[in-house]
Design a protein around this ligand. Structure first.
Ligand SMILES: Nc1nc2c(ncn2[C@@H]2O[C@H](COP(=O)(O)OP(=O)(O)OP(=O)(O)O)[C@@H](O)[C@H]2O)c(=O)[nH]1
Ligand SMILES: [Mg+2]
Length: 305
């Protein structure tokens, strides 16, 4: 087998475990994860390189139907990932609310005409274990190979590592031949530190805030000052309604302090040094209806770029 390289799109319903799976496969925290659906907002690349080839995973937002605003962007982004990948992974969870939703994903991926595999996630949820066989059959009925991943996606034991390697080799085999790697083999993502910091802050907001707030919130870096021994990062949490500001800040600033502390710890891990993080909250009414704001926040599809 010659050297292989290409893009593998992860396609699934919101919350199916796509980002968790990609992080597990590339063995790095590249894409943010939360217990709420619609966490991932734009494609994030996770890169795995070996002597035999390079697998570039494309984590996409979950499949949703919408044509405008932020949701319209999410729907378009997932579609673009299907169109631009070499290989697809239909990611279906045993924990899906409606099993028909898994079928929709499998149908969509199999209809693409591209090589694909089905990956069944969350198989550690014992009360849903009976779904494993149903999903496996759904995948095989559409001509796909069914792979499953348990809590493996969250664990680092030997068995999980073996599952991981087996899955990677299976995927590499489906990729096109390539004369050379497509990205530097030392990279595990194409995201820069600034983008990763923005996403880490957004992840902490997703877990700490409830109802509609995380869905109408965005984060941007105002200043990234790397001079001196303690890098200083000034970021802004953008909400769409004035009354959301007080909620994000919390009583005696308790909510924003918690978000800031959790984000700082993770950013320090990423940058491998102590940092100073300053978070502000600003209201930009209906920012997701504003093309310029959407572009500034990175929510712009390739075709609009
Ligand atoms: N029990 C269990 N939970 C999992 C597993 N994989 C992911 N999860 C959890 O499922 C939730 C959603 O995971 P994500 O990886 O964010 O899902 P996603 O498909 O990327 O979601 P969106 O970005 O919103 O489309 C998180 O709370 C994860 O911790 C698994 O194998 N077992
Ligand atoms: Mg995700």
């Amino acid at each position: 087998m010659g050297y292989k390289a290409g893009f593998i799109g992860l396609i699934g319903q919101p919350n199916a475990g796509k980002s968790t799976l990609m992080n597990f496969l590339v063995d790095e925290k590249v894409s943010i994860v939360s217990s709420k659906p619609q966490t991932t907002r734009r494609r994030i690349l996770g890169i795995w390189s070996t002597d035999q080839g390079q697998a570039i995973f494309v984590d996409a937002p979950g499949i949703i139907k919408a044509d405008k605003g932020l949701n319209g962007f999410l729907a378009q982004e997932a579609e673009d990932v299907i169109a631009s990948s070499d290989v697809l992974m239909a990611v279906v969870s045993v924990d899906e609310e409606k099993p028909e939703d898994a079928e929709k994903v499998i149908e969509m991926v199999s209809k693409s005409g591209k090589p694909w595999v089905g990956v069944i996630t969350k198989t550690d949820i014992v009360e849903k274990a009976h779904r494993l066989m149903i999903l496996k059959r759904m995948i095989e009925d559409k001509g796909g190979k069914a792979l499953s991943i348990s809590v493996a996606a969250l664990k680092k034991d030997k068995e999980a590592q073996e599952d991981r390697e087996a899955m990677l080799i299976e995927i590499l085999d489906l990729l096109p031949e390539s004369p050379a790697p497509l990205y530097d083999i030392d990279l595990f993502t194409n995201e820069n530190v600034r983008e990763m910091v923005t996403e880490i802050i957004r992840e902490k907001c997703f877990e700490s805030l409830h109802h509609e707030i995380p869905y109408s919130l965005a984060v941007r870096i105002l200043k990234f000052d790397e001079e001196g021994p303690l890098p200083k990062i000034y970021a802004e949490i953008i909400v769409s309604k004035e009354n959301h500001k007080a909620i994000v800040i919390g009583k005696e600033a308790s909510a924003i302090k918690k978000i800031g502390m959790e984000a700082r710890k993770e950013i320090e891990k990423l940058m491998d040094e102590k940092i100073f993080l300053d978070l502000k909250v600003a209201c930009k009414p209906e920012w997701f209806e504003n093309k310029r704001m959407m572009k500034e926040l990175g929510y712009v599809t390739k075709s609009e770029d």
